[in-house]
Design a binder for this molecule. Structure first.
Ligand code: DHB
Ligand code: FE
Length: 311
């Protein structure tokens, strides 16, 4: 038996009271959002005849998610981060914003405060001996189509175990390993040396993976590198590139791959080229340019503020 109470005046009044609609105090926007989500939950309980046991399992899960600090890990896995991106894309389209590099989710593992270097940086500290050398370079272009000197290229990526510094469960990595801020040179160029990351997997025993298991899904990402690109007079770009050939490049649990963001990876074995680039072994080379867009009415209309770790 599934009683139908949701549409009664009693329950509708109850929801309003629960969200403080009869109180002067409080934040109207918060009331509006909580009212909508709570109403949808009440309706879901009724429509799906959710049992108390199922409900309390859900509450225990939320506690576990918070305790493990995994709420921002689950969010991309459920596609919510990508959904927010798609909404920003649609806003750009409506405003006629064109010519930008495709945006892609930030993910939960950025850390502010990485060392800053001009033009070129080495991202890895040499401690990860399994890595294949990577050389990545390109130009940051402004809204007028010209290269942008003094643009800021923030880059961060995982090591060969798929772990990020500051979040590495092995404790092996120094702070800011594989994280740098590179300021473009007078021709708008950036360049860095690092090692190719491995794909990332959700903590296997964590609550994110636990829910993914229930959904019959894996928790793996292809190997990828994250970027924030910013410059005066331009909107900040958040994006990633994914490494071509990775088995998960078309099957990313975080839905964070786009065809435009899988650049060719060229294997360089030529001795002269290795010497020229100060590379002691054959290396993978990626060339990738970033195209920024102008402020909208003098503002970055898509700047995202969120809690971020400061290293
Ligand atoms: C997650 C991890 C990442 O490295 C990333 O880029 C996106 C999402 C995650 O754990 O959810
Ligand atoms: Fe990542």
């Amino acid at each position: 038996m599934n009683p139908k109470l949701f549409d009664t005046a009693e329950i509708q009044d109850f929801l309003k009271e629960s969200c403080g609609y009869n109180q002067e105090e409080g934040n109207p926007r918060v009331k509006e959002i909580v009212h909508r989500i709570l109403s949808d939950l009440f309706k879901t309980i009724e429509d799906l005849n959710i049992t108390p046991d199922e409900y309390w399992a859900g509450i225990a899960y939320l506690n576990q998610l918070g305790q493990s600090q995994e709420a921002a890990l689950l969010s991309p896995g459920l596609g919510i981060d990508r959904y927010l991106d798609l909404r920003m894309n649609a806003i750009d389209e409506a405003l006629g914003v064109e010519g930008r590099t495709e945006r892609m989710i930030e993910g939960p593992l950025y850390v502010a405060g990485a060392p800053v270097e001009k033009g070129y940086a080495r991202l890895d500290d040499g401690s990860d001996k399994n890595g294949h050398l990577l050389l990545m370079h390109g130009v940051v272009y402004g809204a007028d189509g010209n290269p942008l000197p003094n643009a800021q290229v923030e880059v961060w990526h995982a090591n060969t175990k798929g772990f990020y510094s500051h979040f590495d469960p092995t404790g092996e990595q120094q702070p800011f390993n594989m994280r740098r801020t590179i300021i473009t040179d007078d021709q708008g160029r950036y360049k860095f040396r690092s090692i190719l990351p491995a794909g990332y997997g959700c903590p296997p025993d964590g609550p994110t993976q636990q829910l993914l298991n229930q959904l019959g899904r894996h928790g793996n990402r292809p190997a990828h590198l994250h970027f924030f690109i910013s410059a005066d007079g331009h909107r900040k770009l958040t994006t990633q590139i994914n490494i071509d050939g990775d088995p998960y490049v078309n099957d990313d649990f975080a839905f964070a791959v786009h065809d435009d963001l899988v650049p060719p990876v060229t294997e360089v074995t030529d001795e002269a080229r290795m010497k020229e680039e100060n590379m002691e072994a054959p290396f993978a080379e990626i060339e990738f340019d970033f195209h920024l867009t102008a402020l909208v009415d003098g503002k970055d209309n898509q700047a995202v503020e969120r809690p971020r770790l400061v290293g």
